[in-house]
Design a protein around this ligand. Structure first.
Ligand code: SAH
Ligand code: SF4
Length: 365
């Protein structure tokens, strides 16, 4: 088996190479992080792009075993922002020169929901002079729905595969047609076919998950030729079925370190994609996202959901910044990014270089 210092200089990687990178400790981990930083700065530069994130509703029709806002959790008070509140959040992102805006919620499949989002997308485009990039993350939908939202102005979509291993996926979800692995995979291919910049991701350090699973996830992302990735540590939530298996979990600090190694390894393997520093990193370490920026991430999604609703969008425990208002985040983040030896791409869409190269586009800034 090759040594880590040889592996990180390769241009193609086997599953076993990736497992070696993910297992790197102490001096080897430093080598891995130095390499991923070098690759990031060479391939995508030092800029970090902001995506103002509004988590506009925690109403969800699904029952994923890991998630705090799953339908079966009756301890959550459900909320749904008004259209005007969502549009105001988009205007806030625009005025703050965030360049891009992300709308995320629980999963609802209905004609009324499709129409609501379609109208919102058109209105946001209009009120922000067609200048604000829009990413959506609204779960599994039909091809027709994805197409309508694309035509209305969304150009990026985030749909995590959660785990690319079918058996592990099944352990994390109810065994029914609403939580079907193949369906999720098909959705990702449909999104790509329509022309979205397609983002996926996984949770890291889940119960039952091995380093081999995570290596397969990285190979899956490479094979799918994904444009963007958002991935972060799994954090248990007491009101979910998976909580029962918490004795199988690594300590939080180890989960965090493994998540950083996943970011670094993915940067080395995929080079020019956009990688988001997940908010879940910050639930473990107060400067977790900045640490991810140092080792390869180039996207941060500041939460711009109005403060009073943040406490109810708790996918996991210890979610950070639930007491703050959007304006507090702007100032806080600016300082943090400078500490991470990066600059902020204000007012730019910050499309993934990978997507631009893939489509040979020059007009996407
Ligand atoms: N309903 C949409 C979007 C909201 S959930 C969807 O499921 O795609 C967004 C992401 O939160 C999920 O993809 C999942 O990876 C993450 N998530 C949910 N519960 C989590 C937990 N307990 N720890 C860490 N991440 C979690
Ligand atoms: Fe709903 Fe998404 Fe949570 Fe699953 S992960 S329960 S789809 S919000």
């Amino acid at each position: 088996m090759s040594e880590l210092k040889e592996i990180i200089n390769q241009t193609s990687f086997t599953k076993s190479d990736i497992v070696t990178m993910l297992s790197a400790k102490s001096e080897n981990q430093k080598l891995l992080f130095a390499k991923s930083k070098e690759v990031k700065e060479r391939e995508v530069g030092k800029k970090v792009y902001y995506r103002g994130l509004v988590e506009f509703s925690n109403i969800c029709s699904k029952d994923c075993y890991y998630c705090g806002i799953r339908k079966g959790n009756t301890n959550v008070s459900r909320f749904n922002l008004t259209d005007e509140q969502i549009i105001q959040a988009a205007e806030f992102a625009y005025k703050s020169s965030y360049g891009s805006f992300v709308m995320q919620s629980g999963e609802i499949q209905s004609p009324a929901f499709t129409l609501r989002i379609e109208n919102l997308l058109r209105e946001i485009k209009k009120r922000t002079n067609d200048e604000l990039g829009i990413t959506i993350s609204l779960g599994e939908q039909t091809e027709e729905t994805y197409q309508r939202w694309f035509d209305a102005g969304a150009h990026r979509y985030l749909l995590r595969i959660e785990s690319s291993n079918r058996e592990l996926y099944q352990k994390l979800h109810p065994n029914d047609s609403d939580h079907d692995f193949q369906k999720r995979l098909d959705c990702l291919y449909t999104l790509k076919k329509i022309g979205y910049q397609t983002g996926t991701g996984v949770m890291i350090a889940l119960p039952f998950q091995t380093l081999e699973h995570l290596a397969e996830d990285i190979l899956f992302m490479k094979e799918f030729d994904v444009d963007m990735v958002g991935m972060g540590p799994y954090i248990e939530h007491a009101d979910t079925p998976l909580y029962e298996y918490r004795h199988l979990l690594m300590p939080l600090r180890e989960r965090f370190e493994l998540a950083l190694r996943m970011v670094a390894t993915l940067r080395i393997v995929m080079r020019d994609i956009n990688i988001a520093a997940a908010t879940a990193l910050q639930a473990i370490d107060p400067i977790g996202r900045e640490k991810a920026v140092k080792v390869g991430a180039n996207i941060i999604m500041p939460n711009i959901t109005p403060g009073m609703y943040r406490n109810s969008y708790k996918l996991y425990e210890n979610k950070p910044c639930v007491d703050e208002e959007p304006i507090d985040c702007v100032q806080c983040l600016d300082v943090r990014i400078q500490l991470a030896d990066a600059t902020i791409g204000y007012g730019e869409w910050g499309d993934s270089r990978h997507f631009e190269r893939r489509n040979n586009k020059s007009d996407s800034l």
